[in-house]
Design a protein around this ligand. Structure first.
Ligand code: GLN
Length: 568
């Protein structure tokens, strides 16, 4: 079957949940039995999200194939339970670069290269490439239809509909209906204007999703119906929710899936079954009990909004693990610098402690103190990337007596560089090839069979023999040397520093077990997981397992962390 497209555009204002709406539509279509992928278009000129500051744009999402991508792709994976490659994020920077590079190679045979048609053509080419092999592709166009930078994409949507045929492209517009406090009435005017703006591009929405505090009443629906000239039942409420996973359920209350299928000339391949999804969502919105977890982090300086957005995947991974157990998790966001000033007393209430990833020196001492507190008081601890590096530094300093032990990222002159650049990386740095010094994307780790890490990966069916995703990682350098007898797992990475091979034996002589190792085809094995033998749960990883956590398939270490807290 040729791919059918569902295009999701935003009217009125951004930041009202277009990513979640897109992920929800994709999930609904998948539940009707179709193979579905989701694509994010970012109209900015950056080539990718790798260089964007987390406090400004939220977290950088990492794909299996090493892309540094907009965090909306994270929502798609969390809803669809599948790995989405970097090609599914299209930016204006990529589109123009490709067109200019092709022009330099003589690919346009001397023709004048122009905004129209060459830019929309390249956009369509990229959309087709990302959706190849899927029956339905849901494409989210970032920003709003009124943005100048959206023009080439709207043009591409119009062309796509002409090329593929009207029944192959449906357009969903997400709009916002404000309720100004002084009149306390829901206003449809901004939505009407957005509809008009879209029609100026000769695009008419098939479905209008109305974001608002509350569901729409009959009066507003019929106003929009008349204005947009679409049937009232294609105007769908998208009221505020406590938890994003409720969104597809709400859409289905208004039969959005069937309406979209009909519009695309398709019939359901199966009856959707939402029972498990509903139960998991209830586990988040209405849990039987709740626990307190402290997240000791750094990006707190620009307020509540950006704080949570900088750690969205970790936040979601904890929720997913809690949903499975029907347990709510209250996350206490703790600024590591506070611990530096006031000591660990702010951790007293915490039933578990997480130290997530990060770069740079700020807050490091506070995080190390939090780790010491967790280790000495037998509080479940989960370290992610930087969290693992700091756990080893803490152990070296406070247990092994290596005073001043550090990562060369924080103290280049440390007498005990337990975390360091590898020799090959140092060479690349000298040659100023900074980009190549970052370990990005999924790498295979071999696990020690009797370790706690192995226990949790096996229990959650995440050993790669149980999964298909290992076949998707094409570049063998990431898989390294795989002894088939050893259990293998895949997790994503985004970091520069590694455990210094010179100290591995020293650590292993103590209480530390390196429970997972990556064996590259060339060079030293790299330590991917560590755990403490005599502690209920003190586990850390050089990877970012939060990037592979989905509502219906939570990440093993988060499940283990939470289960241990619950069993205490
Ligand atoms: N700054 C550390 C490194 O580059 C950790 C990075 C991270 O936590 N993602 O190795």
């Amino acid at each position: 079957m040729e791919t059918k497209y569902i295009i999701v555009v935003g009217g009125v204002l951004s930041g009202i949940g277009k990513g979640i709406a897109t992920a929800s539509i994709a999930k609904i279509m998948k539940n009707y039995g179709y193979s579905v992928t989701a694509i994010k278009i970012d109209p900015y000129i950056n080539y990718d999200a790798g260089t964007l500051r987390p406090t400004e744009h939220g977290e950088v999402w990492v794909t299996d194939d090493g892309g540094e991508i907009d965090q909306d792709l994270g929502s798609y994976e969390r809803f669809l339970s599948c790995d989405i490659p970097k090609g599914n994020n299209i930016t204006t920077g990529q589109v123009y670069k490709q067109v200019i590079d092709r022009e330099r190679r003589g690919g346009y045979l001397g023709k004048t290269v122009q905004f129209i048609p060459h830019i929309p053509q390249e956009i369509i080419r990229r959309m087709e490439e990302a959706s190849r092999g899927f029956e339905i592709a849901v494409v989210e166009i970032g920003g709003t239809i009124g943005d100048y930078e959206n023009i080439p994409y709207l043009f591409a949507v119009k062309s796509l509909s002409r090329i593929k045929g009207k029944n192959s492209v449906a357009v969903v517009m997400l709009t916002y209906l404000p309720i100004p406090s002084h009149i306390n009435e829901m206003k449809t005017k901004p939505a009407q204007q957005a509809i008009r703006q879209l029609s100026e591009h000769a695009i008419f929405p098939d479905i209008i999703l109305c974001r608002a505090k509350a569901p729409l009443d009959r009066v507003r629906k019929s106003k929009i119906e008349t204005y947009a000239n679409i049937e009232a039942d294609h105007v769908i409420s998208a009221p505020d929710v406590d938890c994003v996973y409720e969104v597809p359920l709400n859409f289905e209350c208004e039969a959005l899936g069937e309406k979209l299928l009909k519009r695309l000339n398709l019939t359901p391949k199966k009856k959707p079954d939402w029972k498990r999804w509903e139960k998991l969502t209830r586990g988040i919105t209405n849990p039987g009990k709740s626990i307190k977890v402290a997240m000791v982090c750094k990006y707190l300086d620009t307020g509540e909004f950006s704080l949570k957005d900088s750690y969205i995947s970790v936040n979601q991974a904890i929720k997913h693990a809690g949903a499975g157990e029907q347990v709510g998790v209250d996350i206490e966001w703790i600024d590591a610098k506070m611990i530096e000033g006031e000591g660990s007393s702010c951790l007293r209430e915490a039933e578990g402690i997480i130290v997530p990833g990060g770069f740079g020196t700020s807050g490091i001492a506070g995080k190390i103190e939090a780790i010491r507190y967790a280790r000495e008081n037998e509080i479940p601890f989960l370290g992610l990337c930087l969290g693992m590096q700091l756990a080893l530094i803490e152990y070296a300093r406070n247990v092994m007596g290596l005073k001043g032990a550090d990562s060369t990222e924080f103290d280049p002159g440390t007498p005990y560089p337990v975390i360091d650049y590898l020799a090959e990386q140092k060479k690349l740095l000298k040659e100023e090839k900074y980009g190549a010094t970052m370990r990005l994307g999924a790498y295979a780790a071999q696990l020690k069979k009797n370790s706690k890490v192995f226990y949790w990966y096996e229990k959650t069916h995440r050993l790669e023999k149980d999964r298909v995703s290992i076949k998707n990682v094409k570049e063998d350098f990431r898989l390294g040397i795989l002894e088939q007898k050893e259990p293998v797992i895949l997790e994503r990475h985004r970091h520069r520093y590694e455990v210094n091979p010179d100290y591995i034996e020293n650590f292993e002589r103590e209480d530390i077990i390196f429970s997972g190792v990556y064996k590259p085809l060339k060079g030293e094995p790299l330590m991917e997981f560590m755990e403490l033998e005599n502690h209920p749960f003190f586990i850390a990883t050089q990877a970012h397992p939060e990037f592979k956590s989905r509502l219906e398939d939570p990440a093993p270490l988060f499940v283990g962390f939470l289960s241990t807290i619950l069993s205490k």
